[in-house]
Design a protein around this ligand. Sequence first.
Ligand SMILES: Cc1cc2nc3c(=O)[nH]c(=O)nc-3n(C[C@H](O)[C@H](O)[C@H](O)COP(=O)(O)OP(=O)(O)OC[C@H]3O[C@@H](n4cnc5c(N)ncnc54)[C@H](O)[C@@H]3O)c2cc1C
Length: 447
Amino acid sequence: MSSTGLLLSTLCKGLLDGPDGAMANRPYWWDAAPPQADLFDLPRQIDVAVVGSGFTGLSAALALLRRGRSVAVFDRGVPGFGASTRNGGQVGSGNQKFRVRSLIEMRGEAKAVALLREGVAMLDHIEQLVAGEGIDCHFSRCGRFRGAMRPEHYDSMARDLDDLRRHVGVESIVVPRAEQHREIASDLFHGGTVLPHDAAVHPGLYHAGLLRRVREAGGVILGLTPVDSSAAQGAGFSVRTPRGEVMARDVIVATNGYTQNMHSHLDQRIVPVGSAVIATEPLAPGLIQQLMPGRRMYGNTNRVFSYFRAAPDQDRIVWGGRVGRGFAPDSPFAFAHLARDLRRTFPQLGDVRITHGWSGQIGYTFDSLPHLGKTPDGIHYAMGYCGTGVSRSTWFGHKIALKLLGDAEGATAFDDIAFPTHPFHALAPSMVPAYEAWYRMRDALDF
Ligand SMILES: Cc1cc2nc3c(=O)[nH]c(=O)nc-3n(C[C@H](O)[C@H](O)[C@H](O)COP(=O)(O)OP(=O)(O)OC[C@H]3O[C@@H](n4cnc5c(N)ncnc54)[C@H](O)[C@@H]3O)c2cc1C
């Protein structure tokens, strides 16, 4: 550890110690579903090479295997190393990324409504997939509460949800401040809203379940096998890894926030942004029920927002957010920053201990929309979920597989939206801390 790291650990000690005095620097979800490397031999030839073993890659692989294609899934790390086993497990439609009116201004009413409808379909799809595949992962349509950080936020959220109901038929509940304790035992918010159909999942178990189904269907999972490049060769592609070369008729890149140095077209369009999460020790019996009576998913309205929930399998709180100020998202400072926000929201927690802290990479895009399609050299991709990726990645993985097969069911409302880059794309990752600081200042001063 660097001397700065050591100093920060010492300063943050006490805020972060686990029961045995040490905070585990790994996702809480890995306790129930520890990722494991498969050491399969490389196949020489397959129909489809999928790069990335998160929800996108596995969902694509499963759809292809079920339709008779041979598939190998490559991952640079252990299978599920990326965001899919590190996220908050909040399952939304992605429809809150833009105000409905802004989306209509940007894309026109017909397109905006089609995109919003597809968000609703993604939620239904993941629910059906989990049920259909029999994946035991605590999936539940528990709803999501979003707390207003300012009175104006409450009004504008209520207007937006009214627009969502009128245009897409999504029902929601507006909760005035005087009644918010029925949703959450915190006085931090100026009321809030509930989307009752949003859902929750244990991401580790969901990922492990998908992985199991892919293996059972004959998929070859190649952990610890980074794809360095893939180049057109004959009627397909040569997929190059340090362990050797595989010939594939088609390639799907599903690397989202971990996209780096494999394909320049995608490198130029994805901005990786770190995000951190902590989990508390198990709380005293009854405390979760008191703090979060509906055991929903929760978040706030800040631009640099926090998301939190009760773990589905134990009475712990899982709290995530961005940390900014140039600190690495897996630094002790980052975890202490999240712990401070948690205690500010729930002072009842007192000196609750933090037992797990971890981080992951979100894949942002320059238009804040996810994208799927084909690169100019014929590589399929699906990525750019901008932090709302549990349902979107599952859906996009499925759709890109159908597109590859030429199945008309692969069509989506996102098809004709160009995947933008930016002349200064290479600088974007280093600009993220400055952007975050700017948004944090706007959150604090409300402008
Ligand atoms: C901390 C955090 C919290 C989040 N919380 C939520 C949430 O609560 N709700 C929500 O909807 N979304 C959330 N998200 C977003 C969501 O987790 C992601 O959008 C989703 O998991 C993306 O899945 P994926 O399969 O596309 O990518 P990932 O799961 O990130 O998988 C990409 C994989 O590609 C591999 N890879 C990269 N390059 C190569 C290469 N060259 N060769 C081989 N393998 C390679 C990586 O090792 C990685 O395993 C969160 C994300 C993070 C980081």
